[in-house]
Structure formats: structure tokens, C-alpha cells
Write a protein that binds this ligand. Sequence first.
Ligand SMILES: [Zn+2]
Length: 235
Amino acid sequence: MVRRSNNRSLVELKELVVYAILRDSKCKECGKELWKGDLLFLEGGHPLCLSCADFDQLVYLPRGDAALTRRARKYSPLTAVVVRFSRSRGRYERHGILVSEDALERAEQECLADGEQRARRRERDELRRAENDRDLIARMSDAILGLFPDCPLEEARTIATHTARRSSGRVGRTFAGRALEESALTAAVVAAIRHRHTRYDELLMSGYSRTDARNSIRDAVDRVLESWRYPNRPG
Ligand SMILES: [Zn+2]
């Protein structure tokens, strides 16, 4: 839903647009300095501060809660969409809307009433996520042991759990696939070895830069990696 509205060009929106500016500017009417990050309205190509544009009774509602945004917009007699130019994407992107305070309050009350229902849905989502996590942890442990047969089982599990937890919430099929790639698994194992089998943490605590600390423990990490990878098995 959000993505669709993002892709519509601003011309089509026929909405009042307020810009979060990337460069300092100045209100043409009152002369107020506008700093980077401030909101600005363009009138006939000239920048106006929100007071001069008659928007300063409005409050800013960042995007992210679709229901709240929809309701606040519905109840607000005056709204403007807040956009900011994304240099990386080369286009303006919506960051939120300006709405009247009354409208926002009314919208929040309605959303609160829905809160119980949403809490139940959140529980279901969390349950499903936990199941995905467990599945990923098991697959990841197996994959680690496949690459490093002599890595202690407990350690493989700890690494997998830590990695899966850090990625909690993005355990989609794509993410799981990437996490199970050899390079990603090796990176996770190396990170764990640094902290558990070398003086890495100690070096960081004593003021080493990350790069220097990593350089000075590289051999120690490699030794552990090799001992897990090519075990000296009898026979
Ligand atoms: Zn002004």
C-alpha cells in the first residue's frame, strides 16, 4: 500500500506538498532562516516558512502507521504531505503528513480501540516468527557443522542462534537463503571465534581500532578455523 503511493508521481497527487529541505533556505515573506531539515512550502516557486504558509497549526505525523495516517487525514480540514528528496533514489519520497492536532487526536483514539485486535495479531506474528527462527537455527547449525566438522556442537548452535536472533524479523526465504551461504556462515563463525577464542574484545577495550585488533588476532582466528575445518582424525 505504502509502496504504491510512493510510486505515484507528486504531480498526480494533487496534494499540498511540504519539503523537508536538504539545503538552508530563507522564507521569502518573513525572512526567517530555514535550516537543513526544516519544512518549507513552495508558493509560485518561492520558499515560505510554515507560519507564512499558514501551516503552523498543523502537527507532523511521520509515516509508518497506515491506519493512523488514513484516519488523521480524513478528519483534518487541512493536510499536507511532507516529502524529502532522496539523493540515492533520485526522487522525492514521502516522510509523513501534516494534520491538525484535533484530527490526530481523534485518529489516535480510534486506533486505540483497534489496539486489542492488533495485539492479538502481533502475537500470532511473533509465534510464526519464532517458528521460523527455530527452523533457521537448526538449518544453520547443520550447515556450520558441514563446513566446520570439528566445531563443537554447542558452539555451532550458539553461533546459529545469535545470527538468527540478530536477523529476527527479516527471516524471509531470501534472507534465510543468504544466511545459509558459505560466505555468510563463515563470517558468522569468524565473528564468534574472535570474541570467544582470541583477545579481540580485550584489545578493543584497551583502545585498539577494529582494524588493528582484527589484524593482530588474524592468525589466532585462522588456527581455530583450520582446526575445525580439517580435523586431525585418527586413521
Ligand atoms: Zn515566513
